[in-house]
Design a protein around this ligand. Sequence first.
Ligand SMILES: [Zn+2]
Length: 499
Amino acid sequence: MAVLVVFNLIALVSFAQQGGVKDESMKDALRPYEILATDAIGNPTFIDFISTKVKSDDTSVYEFLKTIYGFDENTTFVEKEGSAKEQNGIFSKKLFQHYKGIKVEWGQIVVTYKDGFLRSVNGHFTPTKNSRTVPLTPVDNAIKNTIQKIGAEEYAWENMYLQKMLREETQNPKATYYPTAELLLMDKNINEGETDVRLVYKFDIYALSPESHKEYFVDATTGEIVYEESLIMHVGGSGDTRYSGKQTFETQLFNGSYRLHDYTRGNGIITYDLRGNDGYAPFWDFTNSDVNNWWSSAVYNNAARDDAALDAYWGAEMTYDYFLEKHERNSWDRNGARIENYVHSSIDNTRIADWSRNNLSTVGKIRYGDNDELDGNPWTCIDLVGHEFGHDIEATTSQISSFNNYEGGALREGLSDIWGAMVKFYAKPLNTSIYAHGSDVSAFRNMSQPNLHSDPDTYQANHWVFEGNTTNLYPNHTNSAVLSHWFYILAEGIQQQMQ
Ligand SMILES: [Zn+2]
């Protein structure tokens, strides 16, 4: 209590020193009220009414604010739609400041009242007297110049799938991500001692590559960008993965909900939902509106098995971390290349997870099937993520030809199984099935005992698929066991008589 009193006194003293109330003659008539806080230019931001003497009708409130802030008739206030509330007989509402009909950004005041008299006034008022209200720069130019300055390769409105999703969500066939501007007045120096009010266009631009989503304030007189604010926020989330228990991961707060986008690792790790599509599009975001950003099994272990997306996502983060930490490799291309996961693919059962990248692209895409024909556990467990990511590394480094699936392709599959095991060991060191590839979804290769799954443990030995054998359609996934078994022996230090 003592602390509070001291604070109030300081606020009162500092306000008194700076003048504050503009119309001295009104001062006595309006008492008693107490100014508890002021902003950088000395305007009150919190006024408490000791006894209730100011009426709460619109005209009385306007006259009171005019006395406090000293504005002229060009200033008006518009009640925020839906802001009026009542609790225990105390009413409140939020007012937006306008000047000559133009909204003043960040100018908003909340008034509370009871029994027809004011109880408190708080908020921020921006002095706008004599501000320019007619733009000189056409709005189209302001938007186009800003887009040019951003210089992205692709914007959201150029992406037909995002546009389509937006139109579905808003049920507006004309909805677009292309920016629309609002004309506003804003104080460029809002937290400083001297105001600098500008007439600005405010609009947001959503760029996909490189990713940025920002709100821009462009001076409607000079055309310069006076302020920009990112609409993208990184927030740590956590959830119940399908195969690896509770895990934490980075997410992104976007349009009021969290989604599986991580831009803290390289140029991003993103996980999309294909909803049973065969290709890579259309795709959707997995979203979560839980205030704690908790992705619970109660919600995501649903009929669609969406919790499997968390495994692919967390698995890709762990894969990225493993290569960075253990091999000093920033994503597969050493340059932070983006990793995109596509979950719930309907690719056929023999290629249940796969990767693709065209030679010029800086995005590695991994698709994961739902495994409906077997046990219905989507193939997103961590060693499969490490395996597919590994194919990107092989493609950008060794360039071993996978043309010959009996040997070259087998080396690549062997390397990928090794990386899958290493990533699994890195992320889940207590796991007892490190060498059983895909053990979380029912193992289908075993690096310690290849013969268990009819794979060879030695070059050209039992189970080896010789060139010309056309009954085994995927000899690369069989002959790969020779290399991965060699790695097992090396890693465990086993002396073994080879077949
Ligand atoms: Zn593979």
